[in-house]
Design a protein around this ligand. Sequence first.
Ligand code: FAD
Length: 418
Amino acid sequence: MHGNYYEATKRLEIITEPLAGDLSVDVAIIGGGITGVSAALHLAERGYQVALLEAEHIGWGASGRNGGQALPGFGAAQTKIKSLVGAEASRKLWDMSMEAVDLLHGQIQRFNIPCDPVRGYFHAAIKPRQVRELEETQAELAELGAPVGKLLTGADLRARLDTGKYLAILEDNISGHIHPLNYTLGLGLAAQAAGAKLFSQTRVTKVEPGAVIKLHTARGKISAKFLLVAGGAYLGALMRPIAGYIMPAGTYIMATEPRPDIAALIPGNEAVCDLNFVLNYFRRSPDNRMLFGGRVSYSTLPPPSLGASMLRRAQSVFPQLQDARVEYLWGGNVDITQNRAPHFGRLAPNMLFTQGFSGHGVALTGLAGKVAAEAIAGQAERFDIFTKIPHARFPGGRRFRVPALLLATTYFRLRDML
Ligand SMILES: Cc1cc2nc3c(=O)[nH]c(=O)nc-3n(C[C@H](O)[C@H](O)[C@H](O)COP(=O)(O)OP(=O)(O)OC[C@H]3O[C@@H](n4cnc5c(N)ncnc54)[C@H](O)[C@@H]3O)c2cc1C
């Protein structure tokens, strides 16, 4: 069994070096995920001198490991967002999330990024309660003026998705899927071409705020007028004031061996996600493997017998995979907030942060980088709509964050089972 399927099917190489020596720039960015490289691109295109610092390599974090499902909206339902910020701001946030999906597809075209973009998605209901949720989603999308797909059941469902697991699926022609690592690398290359300096193997170990911010790394220092912190679930305690607002959780994906019969399971090549709290999400790869994601570990340690249990989950949807083999198995961390809405803000007037995408960041992170770049350039309106979303810390610091979340998850898991 191998590790990350995306690393094995990488189609772009990006040449980056560790920082060596001191450098002075307009903007420093911590984190080489989609947020960081998107911000670097947009800032460099505006003429700023940019240095992006990545502890490992570009796309090493969640951006190079995820399910590749690119959707509008947020980890929290739109009704929740509305209850948090009111009708007007929630409408603007929704529109920006739709823009995020267009931005993703626009950048892929503009920079010719070989990341196999596909539009087409199914939201799947396992229980009658979830069928009602799909109907509510349909009504909500209609109210928002978004294109609304059909609710498919019975033979119509089976013709589009060859499983008896679901009572209904909702078609969605806005969402879709991509190869997320190739996408991240493609954006990174575009950022470099625009003049941004990207450094790998360069962990920021200390940040000194001030009119000129100082970032310390093992082999050099960066001085910058602005900072964007985009370290996601991997930031740890570097920026203490924001650490307690997110909970890093491990989530996992497996890829089977390629099999021609897998194409017929999802003939239209849509991505699929069910509505359970600890959800299953899956799609097929261009070489006809089943990429199946799910499971959560709040310790961020992989659960025991992960490969076998992931395969069982896939087989519970597609018994046709009974004799399938797991060829790739990997995981990554998501940055969950208490309310599952993204957490953006400022640590100081010249220090911005984005985090808390809560497992819903493939499309939104690209826009996050763009609106952070706008804010640094002096147009903060759009960034500040995000900063209006109220957030609470996980109670009791990191040691107690896990038990609190586990309790909540156990409750929702039970609800999924009933
Ligand atoms: C297994 C998995 C499946 C997912 N599936 C989906 C999906 O299908 N659809 C969806 O919308 N979302 C999904 N997500 C979520 C999505 O991948 C993330 O929301 C998104 O990639 C976050 O991007 P980011 O740029 O904010 O962070 P990341 O991509 O995590 O990048 C942060 C980077 O910061 C670096 N870093 C941290 N601290 C420092 C430091 N001190 N110095 C230097 N560098 C540092 C890290 O090394 C890391 O590379 C999934 C996530 C995972 C893990």
